[in-house]
Design a protein around this ligand. Structure first.
Ligand SMILES: *[C@@H]1O[C@H](CO)[C@@H](O)[C@H](O)[C@H]1NC(C)=O
Ligand SMILES: *[C@@H]1O[C@H](CO)[C@@H](O)[C@H](O)[C@H]1NC(C)=O
Length: 278
């Protein structure tokens, strides 16, 4: 039964593997509120202000995320933010970036220091380098998950840094993945799926509205197995943010060119940025 399910997915996935042309929400749209939404934001701010202990949390752009994620229902947005702050405290999220990650940094490489044309930080990774299955079978799944959350903290931290230090209108992040070499055994295995689902649940609970786009290039039909499995756990916003391109360069190149300059992309992504040095 399970086998049948997967092969049906494989067949269906070929059809799904077309590029979507919906562009991400612009900064202007992100920041634009109607008068009544602005009133809601002001009320929300009054309610939650005493809890906000970091400067970035006091920004409109930060507060809007919770309200948007809860459809402008202040009470439910407050609940969500409250749970997030509790999670941050109980898990030492604020200090996670200072922990020693040298055991995972080369096993799960994510390249930082890349920005799209509007200044959004981009995390870039090569799916085939991430041996999630191997790590989980070694019993290091929880640690790997914490490491990945540390990467999320880094990228979202760059957003706040750009706002505070450079006054930039940056509110969201981009993830760019090269899925060349993706295989179901190593990346979509039965023990890998719970890892990704847990990851998504953390993102949905604690980083709402943060993702502009998750762009996958060189996707094989097999990646749809994972995407289909995680789809029910994604908010509409994040679902719409996933852009999947097959190996046809003629399809993904113009899309990336429009969004990220060639100087910011490495060769495998059709750019001219010098290779990574380790
Ligand atoms: C940021 O965006 C807002 C809303 O679109 C605009 O009013 C403001 O001038 C922008 N600031 C910068 C530094 O670009
Ligand atoms: C993100 O990580 C890079 C590389 O480790 C580091 O140089 C940078 O300061 C970090 N940025 C933030 C905002 O944590």
């Amino acid at each position: 039964m399970r086998k049948l399910y997967f092969s049906t997915l494989f067949l269906g996935s070929v059809v799904l593997l077309v590029s979507h042309n919906v562009s991400g929400v612009s900064v202007e749209k992100y920041l634009t509120l109607t008068a009544s939404q602005k009133t809601t934001l002001d009320k929300f701010r009054q309610k939650v202000e005493p809890m906000l202990y970091a400067n970035y949390m006091k920004q409109d752009t930060y507060l809007i995320q919770w309200i948007r994620a809860r459809n402008f229902d202040i009470n439910s947005a407050e609940q969500m933010l409250r749970e997030n702050l509790k999670w941050r405290k109980n898990n030492g999220i604020d200090n996670m970036r200072k922990e020693d990650w040298s055991d995972l940094v080369h096993e799960l490489p994510l390249w930082l220091g890349t920005y799209d044309k509007t200044g959004r930080p981009i995390g870039v990774f090569e799916v085939n380098l991430w041996d999630i299955r191997g790590i989980i079978l070694q019993g290091r799944g929880p640690r790997a998950l914490r490491y990945v959350m540390n990467l999320v903290e880094n990228i979202t931290g760059q957003v706040y840094e750009r706002q505070e230090k450079f006054g930039m209108n940056v509110t969201q992040i981009v993830i760019l993945a090269n899925a060349d070499g993706f295989n179901v055994i190593q990346h979509g295995c039965p023990v890998c799926l719970p890892f990704w689902i847990q990851f998504i649940q953390l993102i949905e609970s604690h980083y709402p509205e943060v993702l502009d786009e998750f762009i996958i290039i060189n996707a094989t039909p097999a990646i749809q197995v994972v995407l289909e499995a995680i789809r029910p756990f994604l908010s509409k916003n994040n679902r719409d943010g996933i852009k999947v391109f097959g190996p046809n360069k003629a399809k993904w190149m113009p899309y990336l060119d429009a969004k990220i300059s060639k100087e910011e992309r490495r060769e495998r992504y059709g750019g001219t940025k010098p290779p990574i040095e380790y």
